[in-house]
Write a protein that binds this ligand. Structure first.
Ligand code: SAM
Ligand code: F3S
Length: 451
């Protein structure tokens, strides 16, 4: 019988991508199969996030629970990967002595060796180094899990926003060579993937080597290449940084129909004073001007962002500037967070002087405003016909399938299960709290696709 792997993922889409690679690596090296039942697992892995304090705290409480499983069968292996592992290294194993493996986002491909090392020495095997792009050279062929897939195009971040831990845990920006990215996407397309999300902490900084030449490919050019891969019909990218959102990328929204009508562009704050303290590298005016150009290039685009409320010294006026920016842009989706000081970042030295009550009140006000824009956006789709990529059976069951519009909204509709992986035209009939309902009016056939 094949050994079993239980894998828990916290954090961002990069972590989800990394987790799927951990599973692939161990499937290839030791024949591991994934299980959702921890009691039957031989190896338990926790892929961690340290971007906010809460996420970091969850790691040790989860590991506390895992101790019982280890005690029940001492031969079980427990591993911790991701950003907390990268930051804490050996200390994880001293604080939680039942941990056998500690590895960072850039060393997950070495899991088979770490596993063997731990077996031989019976001591924790730790590797949190940053061996640049070696990770990708050592990963097995990607395995599609449905018609959508994430593809990492770069690793790390070199922007050093003053509040953010990512550059310290994931290392400096390194781009994957263009050919590697295209081969991975072509392999996924052959397995039925129709939509890819190009992933990185700052994808606008993508500079992929082009073959053996000295030329480099930027994100706008990469999107053009990806669009030409047979079977790939929809392209998304995340996360973008506003300061490096080039004119070529704006133009791509006008010129490339396969680029989805959705953009996640984290702004963090609408106050120039706070943006300066965060070292984001743009002003609200520059951000608004960019948004105007993007809206012109792609009318009706859904705009999403990230906000941090309660950054040190954020005043009522600073927050009012953020609310004003939301109204001007009309963000219809957002991830919003209360500021969380991260040890080792420059902002952690500032006095965290906004009270918890004020932070929560601001978060509430902000989220309510975003929700109203989201509702208005969804309402505007009711009565329209949207192209939807059918992904999987809906959680509601009853013969319904679910998929997403180009604008990243979930739609449920009656359809046979074999339509998964196909594009259909859906007339949106109704808006619900988190999604839309509709009915199929037409089915597409994707040229060149192996469906
Ligand atoms: N690369 C992205 C960008 O361009 O902004 C951000 C990546 S970060 C993992 C995701 C989001 O977490 C950030 O956009 C920010 O809103 C939030 N975040 C990061 N550090 C934070 C902190 N110390 N406290 C609260 N939220 C934080
Ligand atoms: Fe973090 Fe800023 Fe990079 S938010 S991931 S340092 S762009």
């Amino acid at each position: 019988m094949n050994p079993k792997l239980y894998l828990v993922t916290y954090g961002c889409q990069m972590n989800e991508y990394d987790s799927s690679k951990m599973a692939d690596v161990l499937a290839k090296s030791h024949g591991f199969e994934r299980t959702s039942v921890p009691e039957e697992a031989d190896v338990l892995l926790l892929n961690t996030c340290s971007v906010r304090e809460k996420a970091q705290e969850k790691v040790f409480s989860e590991l506390g629970r895992w101790r019982e499983w280890k005690q029940a069968r001492p031969g079980r292996v427990i591993g911790v990967g991701g950003c907390v592992a990268s930051q804490e290294g050996e200390q994880i194993a001293s604080r939680a002595p039942h941990v056998d493996l500690v590895f960072g986002p850039q060393t997950l491909h070495r899991l088979p060796e770490l596993l063997e090392q731990n077996r031989q020495t019976a001591r924790p095997a730790v590797d949190i180094s940053f061996p640049e792009i070696e990770k990708f050279d050592r990963l097995p062929e990607p395995r599609a899990e449905g018609p959508t897939a994430f593809v990492s195009i770069m690793e790390g971040c070199s922007k050093y926003c003053t509040f953010c831990i990512v550059p310290y845990t994931r290392g400096a920006e390194v781009s994957r060579p263009l050919d590697d990215v295209l081969v991975e996407i072509a392999q996924l397309a052959d397995q039925g993937v129709r939509e890819v999300t190009l992933l990185g902490q700052n994808v606008n900084a993508y500079r992929g080597r082009m073959g053996d030449t000295a030329d480099v490919c930027d994100l706008a050019l990469l999107i053009g290449y990806v669009a030409r891969i047979p079977g790939i019909e929809r392209i998304r990218f995340t996360t973008s940084h506003p300061a490096e959102f080039t004119d070529a990328l704006v133009d791509a929204f006008a010129a490339e129909p396969k680029l989805a009508s959705y953009l996640h562009l984290p702004v963090q704050s609408g106050s120039n004073r706070i943006l300066g303290m965060m070292k984001r590298g743009y002003t609200r005016e520059q951000f608004l001007a960019k948004i105007e150009r993007i809206k012109q290039a792609r009318p009706g685009l859904s705009l999403s962002t990230d906000f941090i409320v309660g950054f040190p010294s954020e005043s009522d006026d600073d927050f009012a500037q953020t609310m004003d920016l939301i109204d001007r842009v009309g963000f219809d989706a957002a991830f919003s967070f209360v500021y969380s000081p991260r040890p080792g970042t420059p902002a952690a030295n500032l006095r965290d002087n906004v009270t918890t009550e004020i932070k929560s009140a601001r978060l509430q006000i902000l989220q309510n405003r975003i929700r109203s824009f989201d509702d208005a956006f969804k309402q505007s789709l009711v009565g329209s016909v949207q192209t939807v990529l059918v992904e999987r059976p809906s959680r509601r069951g009853r013969g319904q399938m679910t998929g997403k519009t180009s604008s990243n909204r979930s739609v449920n509709f009656d359809a046979p299960a074999h339509l998964a992986g196909q594009f259909v035209d859906v007339e949106v009939t109704e808006m619900t709290t988190n999604s839309l309902r509709g009915r199929i009016v037409e089915q597409h056939v994707v040229a060149g696709a192996a469906v």
